[in-house]
Design a protein around this ligand. Structure first.
Ligand code: LAC
Ligand code: ZN
Length: 464
């Protein structure tokens, strides 16, 4: 329990207008985009890195938990304050400090909404590629903390590949800088990378230096329908080895398609079992040539229809439909568990086949869609608590999925992180020695376990 004295000290740091204590107010910061929730005892909105450091110093001194949070769009419970304490909301740290065209660098505070950053960068004729489905609401700080991915990772990579340097408040309250503003840098251990995907367990990010690239001159978007899931899955592998160099290569199965079909700018014929959604970036002539060859290639693989977006609006419409899939799946069943497993590229057809087997065996609808071009598939286990047996079948189905993924040399999480939801399964991927080393790293940063406790490692978090 936070004492009145601590609340007074917190108030002195951020001011009474930037502190929430009533249950009604705190509830808004209890959950993220998963089905997990836990009430914080107080919520603070610091206005500077110095205020963040002062809050964390109090936590260090009085040993209360702090959980950093951006927009709460996370998909693994990373910002859910499972041990109570104080939620530090970083949305007031929302300045784009600098966009340097000559250096191809942006310096930003963690609370900047990703799409705002992307637009500001594009006004300078530059491009910040990572584009998770939540780009319009998520914050860049959360993207760094969870190492967000998204569709264009096939060509451009993920958040990790764009973070040059960070300013971080450590769990002791000290403020450090890690990394560089240069493209290269090998001065000591790569602490910047250690923070990438550390889910707020090693410190609070207060400033981010990002690498930018030149804005691609053109992009084309196309979609190809397939009669079977396996034909689509096989085509993914063939496209990736064809030299056509897709920027994005997304997959949607028939359940997914049914949920977003009104949003598509064209009608799909009955019997379309899967859709591939593709983008190519580059010089207009090159893009035209590659898109035409990609369309021909899909037709040769039996795709029908193969449609190229003729206008920017059509392309937009396709990507909008893609980005709403996750919530749209709740049309089928009221609850779902969303996974973000990734497998080596050659294993995608085997994964798709195995998922169909698990669905049959467990009697659950398990749609899959996602970033097939980098092997990162969103597997969704749908259920209805009112239907006897469904809820009970979910955890065994999730275990089946992880078992198959590990057998295929894949990973439990491609882009959403471990957080609370996957913590009980960490041992399926990390050996005992590797997990012990990770726990020692956590301890070296956070000796009193105050920084987002209960995350990543098995322990507190329970399977649902
Ligand atoms: C997506 C989110 C769930 O790709 O990662 O839709
Ligand atoms: Zn995704």
């Amino acid at each position: 329990m936070l004492s009145d004295a601590i609340i007074r000290e917190l108030t002195a740091v951020v001011g009474p207008q930037n502190l929430l204590t009533t249950p009604e107010e705190r509830w808004g910061y209890a959950y993220d985009a998963t089905d997990r929730a836990a009430m914080p005892e107080a919520v603070v909105f610091p206005g500077s890195a110095a205020e963040v450091a002062a809050i964390v110093r109090l936590a260090h001194e009085h040993r209360f938990p702090v959980t950093p949070r951006g927009a709460g769009t996370g998909r693994s419970g990373g910002s859910v304050p499972i041990e109570g304490g104080v939620v530090i909301v970083l949305t007031r740290l929302n300045r784009i400090v600098e966009i340097s065209r000559p250096d191809l660098v942006a310096v930003v505070e963690p609370g900047v909404i990703l799409s705002r950053l992307k637009q500001a960068v594009e006004l300078e004729g530059l491009y910040y590629p990572p584009d998770p489905a939540s780009a319009d609401f998520c914050t860049i700080g959360g993207n760094v903390a969870e190492c967000a991915g998204g569709a264009v990772a096939v060509q451009y990579g993920v958040t990790r590949d764009y973070v040059l340097g960070l300013e971080v408040v450590l769990p002791t309250g000290e403020l450090i800088s890690a990394g560089t503003r240069t493209m290269k840098g090998v001065v000591g251990y790569d602490l910047t990378r250690l923070f990438l995907g550390s889910e707020g367990t090693l410190g609070v990010i207060t400033r981010i230096t990002l690498r930018l690239v030149a804005k691609p001159a053109a992009r084309q978007t196309l979609a190809a329908g397939f009669g079977t899931m396996n034909a689509a899955a096989e085509a993914v592998s063939l496209i990736l080895t064809s030299g056509l160099a897709p920027t994005a290569l997304e997959f949607m199965d028939h359940v997914t398609l049914a949920c977003v079909k009104e949003m598509l700018p064209f009608e799909l014929p009955e019997g379309t079992a899967a859709l591939l959604l593709m983008a190519v970036d580059g010089h207009p002539r090159d893009v035209e040539d590659r898109a035409a060859r990609m369309a021909r290639f899909c037709r040769e693989q039996g795709a029908k229809p193969v449609l190229r977006a003729r206008t920017g609006e059509e392309a937009e419409g396709l990507w909008r439909a893609r980005k709403v899939i996750s919530p749209a799946l709740l049309k089928v069943k009221p609850h779902k568990v969303s996974e973000d497993v990734a497998v080596p590229l050659g294993a995608i057809p085997a994964l798709i086949t195995e998922l169909q087997n698990i669905s049959g065996r467990r009697g659950l609808i398990i749609p899959s869609y996602g970033h097939a071009g980098d092997g990162n598939i969103h597997v969704n286990v749908l259920y209805d608590r009112q239907i006897p047996g469904e809820r009970e079948a979910v955890n065994p189905a999730v275990e089946d999925i992880f078992t198959i993924v590990r057998k295929l040399n894949g990973t439990l999480s491609g882009e959403h992180g471990i957080g609370l939801t996957k913590a009980p399964y960490l041992g399926m991927e990390l050996s005992e020695a590797a997990m012990a080393l990770q726990r020692r790293i956590k301890k070296a940063f956070d000796p009193h376990n105050i920084m987002n406790p209960g995350k990543i490692f098995p322990g507190l978090a329970q399977p649902r």
